[in-house]
Design a protein around this ligand. Structure first.
Ligand code: GLN
Length: 565
């Protein structure tokens, strides 16, 4: 019977069970974990999914983590980071949700577009197919076509990733209109693949109203009932809570959801997110999943193992020093808009025995008079990526202060460009030097559009995106930090250093220590007579991982520590 359901899909478009099966797909070879959320959003489903991936990987199981996002945007490229959090960029140039960043960091891996599905992507594929006449006169429906497209994407990942398990995080909360058809697709997947090959994990929240002072499980029960009403029987229920919950709550959840008590787990708040994989192991969640899917654990020599992760968490906790780093940012209110930078700084902490305390600097308020006051007490500053004119003059003043006062400076993308503009204005004496992004009519366009960007009108997916190789100049600081002459980093920009001015900068002491391998684009600048003044056109934070921190960030932290001494 089960076989029939899949072979029905192979027959083609006219079948009610329509689901195209990708080439090379073998049923039962790859297992699936589907993670859903109930009660409220924002309870750490992304970190939980990432951490479950970590524990399974540490057990020698190859995991392919993927995310489904219910918005109609094709990808996250056009989303405002202030509303939605940072736009993360994968090596293949995919602009995606920040959860993919957390999968990469927690699973010590690099992902591609095959790991990220949005409603926009599904519907675009379907409408493109319909326009091309691929549905052969049929009416195109949510079931079977939309659900079929989703199952196809998921199974395709199973094939291309060669993973043992595809771990699917369903964005949003159960009951949302946005993810309803996705849940339906997962219900069908479960039916077609067989119960033994799919494990549903639901993460709910146990409320504790301050007026009552005790945990209440009703909202969690109702959330689970909604999930059950969609035809999904969870195998494991995770109860998120602020503080540990009582056994009676576990029992209530168990009875109301048909999930045995030993498959209901409590996940109270932890001191640090990095502890979650160790905690999941401690409460036996990894074994519960492994048992439920009958997975084979393997011995392995990967960097990602319990010992290394445990060492990272332990040394992070024991850090003796703290440095103060200022970050100039437009989205100062929202940490999520700079999440990768914050994480990259955290990743360095155990390796340098120093925590980083972050101070946000709203550059719209920075003037020549108060810049010293604003940067007082900082051990270093970062000017991160950004777009447009807001706060730009304040950023340039901060760069100037850092350069002149030998304060460690790390410029990331826009921060690289700000450093160029500052140097042009204050060292080369070109008062109106600017980026044409802000001033089209400047007589010194030291930062200008990349040639490939000139005739582009669309906003989405059109920047210079993703991983590119960068050649490192021997003997430079970048060379010392990376320890090699060719690196790969990720980009997301439209503008670049204008090579017309190259000799002007070089003659006045700027070292361009990184250059694109296949194009004539300057990618790293540094100043020699400064303890650490580095600008990078790329985003090293996108590739930083707890077990592989970014060399550029490590170098910056070193310089901050030296200044503190
Ligand atoms: N706005 C600049 C550009 O497009 C910098 C982009 C960024 O910081 N990500 O080139």
């Amino acid at each position: 019977m089960q076989e029939d359901v899949i072979s029905l899909g192979r027959k083609g478009v006219d079948e009610e069970g329509y689901s195209e099966i990708p080439e090379g797909y073998e049923k039962g070879k790859v297992k699936y974990i589907v993670i859903t959320g109930t009660v409220i959003s924002g309870i750490g489903k992304g970190i939980f999914s990432s951490s479950l991936g970590t524990v399974l990987s540490c057990n020698g199981i190859k995991v392919a983590p993927m995310k489904f996002d219910g918005y109609l945007n094709y990808d996250a490229g056009t989303l405002n980071p202030y509303r939605h959090g940072e736009v993360f960029v994968l090596d293949d140039g995919t602009e995606c949700d920040l959860d993919l960043g957390s999968y990469e960091r927690f699973n010590n891996t690099n992902l591609t577009k095959d790991y990220y599905l949005t409603a926009g992507k599904i519907f675009k594929t379907i409408i493109d197919k319909e326009r091309a006449g691929k549905y052969l006169g049929r009416d195109v429906q949510f079931v079977p076509h939309v659900t079929g497209e989703i199952k196809h994407f998921v199974r395709r990942l199973a094939v291309v990733s060669k993973a043992d398990v595809v771990l699917i995080e369903v964005g949003g909360t159960i009951g949302d209109l946005e993810n309803g058809y996705f849940i339906e697709a997962m219900r069908q997947l479960n039916y077609e693949e067989g119960k033994e090959n799919v494990c549903f994990v639901n993460l709910g929240y146990i409320l504790k109203p301050s007026s009552l002072g005790e945990h209440k499980s009703k909202a969690a029960q109702l959330g689970l009932r909604t999930l059950l009403s969609l035809g999904v029987q969870p195998d494991i229920v995770v109860c998120r809570s602020n503080l540990p919950i009582e056994e009676k709550i576990i029992q209530k959840i168990s009875v109301s959801s048909n999930v045995p008590g030993n498959m209901v787990f409590n996940l109270p708040n932890l001191v640090s997110i990095y502890e979650m994989p160790l905690y999941l192991r401690q409460i036996g969640m990894d074994q519960a999943v492994i048992k439920s899917l009958n997975l084979n654990c393997r011995d392995h020599n990967d960097v990602l193992n319990f010992e290394n992760w445990g060492k990272f968490v332990h040394t992070l906790k024991e850090c003796e020093k703290t440095i103060k780093v200022g970050i100039t940012g437009k989205y100062t209110e929202l940490w999520d808009s700079y999440i990768s930078i914050i994480k990259a700084l955290e990743h360095c902490a155990p390796y340098r025995n120093s925590n980083v305390s972050i101070h946000w600097i709203d550059t719209t308020e920075v003037t020549d008079e108060n810049v010293e006051e604003k940067l007082k007490g900082l051990d270093g500053i970062i000017v991160p990526g950004g777009f447009g004119s807001r706060g730009v003059e304040g950023k340039i003043k901060c760069v100037r202060y850092a350069r002149e006062n030998k304060l460690p400076y790390l410029g990331l993308c826009y921060g690289f460009q700000m450093a160029i503009i500052e140097y042009a204005r204050n060292v080369l004496g070109w008062r109106d030097a600017h980026t044409t992004e802000v001033d089209r009519d400047t007589s010194h366009p030291v930062i200008d559009l990349l040639p490939g960007q000139r005739n582009i009108n669309d906003m989405g997916g059109t920047m210079r995106l993703g991983g590119h190789n960068v050649l490192i100049r021997e003997g430079s600081l970048a060379h010392i930090l990376y320890g090699k002459t060719e690196i790969r980093e990720r980009f997301r920009h439209r503008y670049e250093f204008n090579n017309k001015y190259l000799s002007d900068f070089v003659n006045r002491g700027v070292v361009f220590s990184g250059k694109a391998k296949h194009e004539d684009i300057m990618q790293i600048l540094e100043l020699r007579d400064h303890p650490f003044f580095v600008g990078v056109q790329f985003h090293p934070e996108y590739t930083s991982k707890p077990l592989q921190p970014s060399p550029i960030y490590l170098g910056f932290i070193n310089a901050c520590l030296k200044r503190k001494l």
